[in-house]
Ligand binder design. Sequence first.
Ligand code: COA
Length: 161
Amino acid sequence: MQIIAIYPGTFDPITNGHLDLIARASRLFQKVIVAVAVNAGKSPLFTLEERVHLVKQAAINFPNVTVVGFDTLLVDCARQHGATVILRGLRAVSDFEYEFQMAGMNRNLAPELETLFLTPSEKYTFISSSVIKAIAQLHGDISAFVPSCVQQQFKQKFTAN
Ligand code: COA
């Protein structure tokens, strides 16, 4: 039986921590959908198109990974793509409460979907997209924390503005 997993997030922008999770997921599941949320509530720095493009470039070496944008409920996006597993990353205990609530709500909305948690490599546990944006905006070196396409996109964004 083919199990399709969906890995949702805002990915503003994708980091090496997210990529580490995608690599782990691609080894575990036959197909992985990375679902990039519009998430207007977070006022993303990058547009949805930019974020989808960056995830596609970063995950280009994983043939079983597909990247989509979505502006619906996650459970509806999962159903649309035939996913039965929702994947989320847990970096630290502090992530747990929010993730536990989201998993519970998604289970109530769609009982047929299971949420599974993976932990990224320890060397990425301190990374978050907000921290990366804060460093990049002050022209700090983010090369160890993000794929090179993200670095390029920051350069373009901050040179253009
Ligand atoms: N490595 C490094 N950083 C990681 C990480 C990892 N493996 N996993 C998560 N993060 C960081 C992200 O960088 C991000 O940092 P930030 O808060 O500084 O931006 C933070 O953890 C969480 O971001 P992300 O993983 O992108 O998830 P999110 O919380 O932004 O996404 C959605 C939440 C999109 C999954 C959720 O809002 C959703 O499902 N929306 C769709 C609408 C819906 O169905 N709502 C009801 C949900 S119950």
